[in-house]
Design a protein around this ligand. Sequence first.
Ligand code: PGA
Length: 256
Amino acid sequence: MSNQRRPLIAGNWKMNGLRSTARALADEIATLRKSQPDSAFDMLICPPFTVMETVGSVIENSGVFLGAQACHTALSGAHTGDISPVMLKDAGCAHVIVGHSERRMDHSENDSHVLAQAVAAIEQDIIAIICVGETESERESGKAKDVVRAQINGSVPANATAGNTVIAYEPVWAIGTGKVATPDDVQEIHADIRKTLASQLGQDIADGMRILYGGSMKPGNAKELIALADVDGGLIGGASLKAEDFWAIAQSCPSQ
Ligand code: PGA
């Protein structure tokens, strides 16, 4: 964590939440956030599309941002089942996750799709949270850094800035498994991501850009991870579905 970058604690609800449970969870999170309006971190929740409006109305004026988990590259048109960045903007989204490994797997999204989604989101003034991360076999064969570098090269737009883009490093083998990368491994990859960003976008942009860790982040490991020099918050799945755990992770951010 560097003083230069404000931590972001982002909840990825994935395919969880009906209107009643989503409203209750969002309400708890908003109440906690309002209890500490001056805390030096940003909080974001990314619910499923079906409860976007419900969650958006509950968190309005609470200081918690609303985000989406995916978007199409087109602004409107014949794309059955998809949601455009214009629609996200209209629904009050300030952020969108692109290239999550579950989307890369379930929907065969590759780096060029992810790049196009990030470009489309940024054009609508939506912050793109671009996910990267290696699989277990890629790590075991010593290719983690190469895989992540290639994903950064292939999916981060040329006009990315610290204001319009966030990177999330999520080792695929750590997502939802309870396995967490060691702090040394996390710092090594995050530093390498920042170096890759610097060669692509320039040192100033790389120094300002937030790089989140994701993959079994919990109240018990968040402090150690967020304290690492190049970790600027978390993208949290399972633990973001419990307000007290999500809040405890946010409380792990340094106080200034
Ligand atoms: P997890 O998910 O916290 O449940 O491991 C993280 C993510 O996939 O964003």
